[in-house]
Design a protein. Structure first.
Length: 364
């Protein structure tokens, strides 16, 4: 597998006047700060009530239910719930219910469904089966009039407003914010709650960060890895998806630890790697991995405030904001969205209309 090519990959025809600032993706992603500010206030009482129930009746496990970007938010939820509450959290295989019709024991389980539209048939089938099997069901959903919202026991609205670009941006950030607000209240983590209260202002600042060096270095790329660890891994998954759907760029997300088990064999001179590194217990190992990749002559771009990035040089570090470690990945993905939108246009794509994709994917 080649790291780069000398010619730009073929892209679909686009309108000549398209600019990064003229896309709907740019407009909608830039609204994330206001979306989160609205959400945190509007959902506060509802989150407190749900948190009281979870403390009074602790779930024996949490199961997440999602597709696409929402499933990447579920990865974030897994790490956050397990590290803050100690409750085992796993992702539902939706076809277990929607295709195989296999019964499951969901007594005492918190079933957390995450969706922008709340309409996908397989997601609805899985939530319905979980509820019938005894689970306490919660939906994090943008469309509060959707079938999903009508089905579950509790709804946490994302408050993202209309999102017409096929590429989810503000709704993904809203899902991360809603998950964080719920877990902070459930676990009684006041430090996390304070960090979350600063998120709207942080998102505005993160949106203004300059990631144009990444656009220049990735505009001719064909393949790359995106790495993260812990609560940052879900952000790495989301970034890899956005590279694929908006930039026509084959990107794979790996844990910064998992990349050693096989994927490292593809890393050769010039191979691009984007690394997300939040300042928690995982930071040292992620920095070490970035340094190891640099030593192999990979083209490494590290996103992280502070840390040990001297081996990368100034050109290898993209600006990031220091915040609560759980909040940092959310800020990073906001900066990433602006870069990915610009990269899409530079590579000749329209990020609002990726080929072969629809806004609502109705998987059975």
């Amino acid at each position: 597998m080649e790291a780069t090519t000398l010619t730009r990959p073929q892209a679909p025809a686009r309108t000549a006047r398209l600019t990064p600032e003229s896309t709907r993706m740019f407009l909608e992603a830039g609204q994330a700060s206001q979306v989160v500010a609205t959400q945190l206030g509007a959902n506060a009482a509802r989150v407190r009530a749900i948190a009281e129930r979870l403390r009074a009746h602790p779930p024996r496990a949490v199961v997440t239910c999602a597709r696409g970007s929402s499933d990447h938010a579920a990865t974030f939820a897994k790490y956050l719930i397990e590290t803050r509450t100690g409750v085992l959290t796993s992702s539902a295989g939706l076809s277990v219910s929607s295709v195989y019709g296999a019964p499951q024991n969901m007594d005492g389980v918190l079933y957390l469904a995450i969706s922008q539209s709340g309409k996908s048939p397989d997601l609805l089938a899985s939530v319905r089966a979980a509820k019938e099997a005894g689970a306490f069901t919660i939906a994090l959903v943008n469309d509060t009039a959707s079938p999903l919202a009508e089905l579950v026991d509790e709804v946490l609205p994302l408050h993202a407003g209309p999102e017409l670009s096929v590429a989810a941006t503000k709704s993904y950030i809203a899902a991360l914010s809603a998950i964080t607000q719920l877990v902070a209240a459930w676990s009684g983590d006041e430090e996390l709650a304070r960090g979350l209260s600063a998120l709207p202002a942080g998102l505005s600042e993160a949106w203004a960060l300059d990631w144009t060096p990444a656009v220049e270095r990735l505009k001719l790329a064909r393949n790359l890895y995106v790495l993260g660890r812990g609560v940052g891994f879900g952000v790495a998954q989301e970034a890899a998806l956005k590279f694929k759907e908006t930039c026509g760029l084959h990107a794979e997300a790996f844990s910064a630890a998992e990349v050693l088990h096989g994927p490292m064999a593809l890393v050769k001179t010039g191979f691009p790697v984007l690394v997300f590194a939040q300042n928690d217990e995982s930071r040292g190992s992620v920095d070490e991995m970035a340094a190891s990749l640099t030593a192999r002559d990979a083209d490494v771009l590290l996103v992280g405030a502070g840390g040990s990035s001297a081996s990368l040089g100034e050109a290898g570090v993209l600006p990031a904001l220091a915040a609560h470690p759980v909040i940092e990945p959310i800020l990073m993905i906001q900066s990433f969205y602006r870069m990915a939108n610009a990269l899409s246009v530079v590579r000749g794509y329209d990020p609002d209309s990726p080929p072969h994709l629809n806004k609502v994917t109705e998987t059975v």
